[in-house]
Design a protein around this ligand. Structure first.
Ligand code: CA
Length: 221
């Protein structure tokens, strides 16, 4: 899952980004409203965390412009703690959720997981597909026989994306868009290596290679 974090308080942004990366998200950061609007239009994100008070262009205007342009990416806004009018304006402008500052990262993380779950049409907090259960807290996968395997950061991102998009053909470029950050190691040969390692861990039959198209994660064995 790839996130855009828009926050001009550099210390706060660095802390949030570090926590979210530890939880297995790829995170792009910008402190500026104009750049944020551009990135939101040009790149593919699974969700956006948007501060409202920003240099360049106010967050509310950025959000309005995204929604006017038809962008449906889930957006969580960060607001001043007691500013109920900001929250209302944000929700009316198309925000999907909000969080008042200051907040605990655990709450941000739980809200993000709920947003992402809703946006992928999932009802349960547990991610279970094809007999595999993904433990998103511990970044481990549980097999049908109850055994557990630890995943590396990239393997976890990749498996989570496969499991939330089971039975869909996913192109290599779409997969790299969602598991890597901007400018980092976007090489489809590297992706093939990660897919191979993931197959070694979860079983070869679950991830089909569709020649010239990409990969498909099967919801049934
Ligand atoms: Ca701010």
């Amino acid at each position: 899952m790839r996130l855009l974090l828009v926050e001009d308080d550099s210390e706060l942004a660095a802390g949030i980004a570090e926590d979210l990366r530890r939880e297995g998200y790829a995170v792009d950061c910008t402190p500026d409203g104009i750049e944020a609007e551009f990135l939101g239009r040009e790149e593919i994100y699974d969700a956006v965390i948007l501060d409202l008070g920003l240099p360049g262009r106010p967050g509310l205007e950025v959000l309005h412009n995204w929604r006017d342009a038809g962008l449906t990416t889930p957006v969580l806004i960060l607001t001043a703690r007691d500013a109920w009018s900001e929250r209302v304006a944000g929700l009316r402008a198309g925000a999907d959720d909000y969080l008042g500052k200051p907040f605990h990262t655990e709450e941000l993380s739980a809200r993000l997981q709920a947003l992402l779950r809703r946006s992928t049409g999932r009802a349960s907090a547990e991610l279970a597909v094809a007999g595999l259960l993904l433990d998103e807290e511990r970044q481990m996968v549980r097999h049908p026989d109850g055994a557990e395997t630890q995943l590396t950061g990239i393997e976890f991102r990749l498996l989570r994306y496969f499991m939330t998009h089971a039975d869909q053909v996913l192109s290599k470029s779409r997969l790299t868009d969602h598991i890597y950050e901007e400018d980092r190691g976007r090489d489809s040969n590297v992706l093939e290596v990660y897919v191979r390692r993931l197959r070694d861990k979860i079983g070869r039959d679950l991830i089909e290679t569709r020649r010239g198209q990409g990969y498909l994660f099967r919801s049934r064995r």
